[in-house]
Design a protein around this ligand. Structure first.
Ligand SMILES: Cc1cc2nc3c(=O)[nH]c(=O)nc-3n(C[C@H](O)[C@H](O)[C@H](O)COP(=O)(O)OP(=O)(O)OC[C@H]3O[C@@H](n4cnc5c(N)ncnc54)[C@H](O)[C@@H]3O)c2cc1C
Length: 493
């Protein structure tokens, strides 16, 4: 019997697990995919929102502001990237100035510091590449950018280092109350009992809650699509450029990423299938049309990929956070759409506090610090590179040429706590395969290293678990004769 079972290995579930791991509790973190950060937490805008957008008085507004205030320290502690690059909401017509003033007022009501209106001249001085019709902006000094999947992996790793039992490929198929108290979960790895249940199942959180509580809710999957532009244009904008929000969300933005690329998007489209992360020609075209107001010279020939994520839009428009009123021991972190990433530290602190109080849990005497990530070859000076190679020659073998990722980093990403077991797992921990060629060159070499480290046949390796096998079989005797399917995003003879 676990004290706590947490359903969902996204940023919210992993952050709650890491907080609860400070207490003397037995905790299981259950994720149906083969890795953490395989849901919404891997595909979003990665903005740490200032908090001027959420309706005052809502859980969204409260946790957004509290999350933003500690986000930088959180990322520093976990050794994951963060940059306070500021945000600008830009209007492209003079009537929009009223919209900016409304946002300024709302932001002040929410307690957002560092908000200022900028004139056209001030805006252009900050962002010379802004579209010609831009006529004013709201500057939010506290806006920032981060890497959502690195963050989620780091949170999970520290949770595991502190005793959390992470069960991957473990889908919760049904939940019910135990007559003797607590909950009985049926999972793809067999039954589990727990005293308290944390529901952080993202777009599927309604399914978990509604099996136990009469306080039913519905999560509407709302897909957002993006274009990504090559690093060559990484300095086109220094701030995140928003347009005025719409009824469907914060609208289409243009933003630098902490990795040095630029993303354009997201669209907002309610869909039926919660797992449908396809991109569509129509929506990608819509992004170009709308974003060209912000960036008149969008470098279309330098798009390196397109992707989509699905928001868990709650029908009542606010996060559902706390213990279900009619089911003691069931704690929901549901409907966590944007700004859920920003709010994650606050949500985790609040919810873990409630769970610990219900269980009367005491703090542990010791809490392990985060795993020290190896230094990236790409960000080393020449002398640091020489020293690193002298110490470990694997630093001298570059596997991903676009992103300058060495063999040493890939091996470390597999061996680390919550290490990579798939091609995408390596990609999200190292950036190998995320550059201009999108894995065209490094995929076979990463597979070779994965196969060595995990001691499995390359034929068993997957892109992202399940049926996503990459290799179809041997066409000759040697390793070099192994063919790569389109699923792996690459082919070699
Ligand atoms: C297009 C888009 C843009 C966004 N932009 C931003 C932004 O810029 N800033 C910001 O602050 N927020 C943003 N967000 C919101 C942010 O991404 C989410 O709030 C956050 O990722 C939610 O994390 P989560 O852990 O709740 O969900 P998820 O990351 O989806 O995690 C839920 C996990 O539960 C697992 N799961 C589900 N059901 C089960 C089951 N039965 N058994 C086991 N496991 C299960 C899933 O596999 C998944 O891994 C954006 C979202 C989208 C889609």
């Amino acid at each position: 019997m676990y004290d706590v079972c947490i359903v969902g290995g996204g940023v919210i579930g992993c952050a709650i697990a890491r907080e609860l791991a400070r207490c003397e509790l037995s905790i299981a973190l259950l994720e149906k995919h083969s890795d953490v950060a395989e849901g919404t937490s891997k595909a979003n805008s990665a903005i740490v929102h200032a908090g001027y957008d959420a309706r005052p008085g809502t859980v969204k507004a409260r946790t957004n502001i509290a999350g933003n205030a500690v986000f930088e320290a959180w990322c520093r502690e976990l050794d994951v990237p963060f940059r306070r690059n500021t945000s600008l909401v830009v209007t492209f017509n003079t009537e929009g100035i009223f919209g900016l003033r409304e946002l300024l007022e709302r932001g002040r009501k929410n307690g957002v510091p560092g908000l200022h209106l900028l004139s056209q001249t001030e805006l252009r001085a900050r962002e010379p590449n802004i579209g010609p019709s831009a006529c004013g902006a709201l500057l939010a000094e506290t806006g920032g950018i981060c890497c959502p999947y690195e963050l989620t992996i780091a949170l999970a790793a520290q949770a595991v280092q502190n005793g959390v039992d992470l069960k991957l490929n473990c889908q919760v198929t049904s939940v019910r109350k135990n007559p003797a108290g607590g909950f009985l979960l049926q999972t793809s790895q067999g039954p589990l009992n727990c005293r308290t249940l944390v529901n952080a199942a993202g777009v599927h959180a309604d399914g978990i809650n509604n099996q136990l509580s009469e306080n039913r809710f519905r999560i509407i999957p709302r897909r957002g699509e993006y274009w990504m532009v090559d690093k060559a244009f990484g300095s086109a904008f220094s701030a995140t450029i928003f347009q005025l929000p719409t009824a469907m969300g914060k609208g289409i933005l243009v933003t630098p990423t902490v990795e040095g690329t630029v993303i354009l998007g997201p669209t907002a489209e309610d869909i039926d299938n919660k797992e449908d992360t396809r991109t569509t020609a129509a929506k990608l075209e819509e992004i170009l049309r709308v974003a060209s107001l912000s960036w008149a010279q969008i470098p279309r020939k330098n798009f390196i990929t397109a992707f989509a994520g699905v928001r868990a839009h709650p029908e009542h428009n606010d996060f559902i956070l706390g213990e279900a009123p009619d089911v003691p021991g069931l704690f929901n972190a549901a409907g966590v759409e944007s700004p859920g990433l920003t709010a994650a530290p606050a949500i985790a602190g609040e919810l873990a506090g409630l769970v610990a109080a219900r269980l009367g849990a005491r703090n542990k005497a010791e809490y392990q610090p985060p795993w020290p990530a190896p230094k990236h070859f790409r960000s080393m000076s020449d002398s640091e590179r020489q020293a690193a190679i002298a110490e470990n020659p694997e630093y001298g073998r570059i596997i991903c040429r676009c992103e300058q990722i060495s063999e040493a980093e890939i091996r470390a990403a597999i061996r680390r706590p919550v290490g990579a077991t798939t091609l995408d797992g390596v990609k999200r921990r190292t950036r190998a395969g995320m550059g201009r060629c999108q894995g065209g060159f490094c995929t076979p070499r990463v597979l070779h290293i994965l196969s060595e480290e995990l001691d499995v046949s390359p034929l068993e390796l997957t892109k992202s678990g399940g049926l996503s096998k990459i290799l179809t079989g041997r066409v000759g005797e040697s390793e070099a004769d192994i063919g790569i399917t389109q699923n792996g995003g690459s082919s070699h003879g």
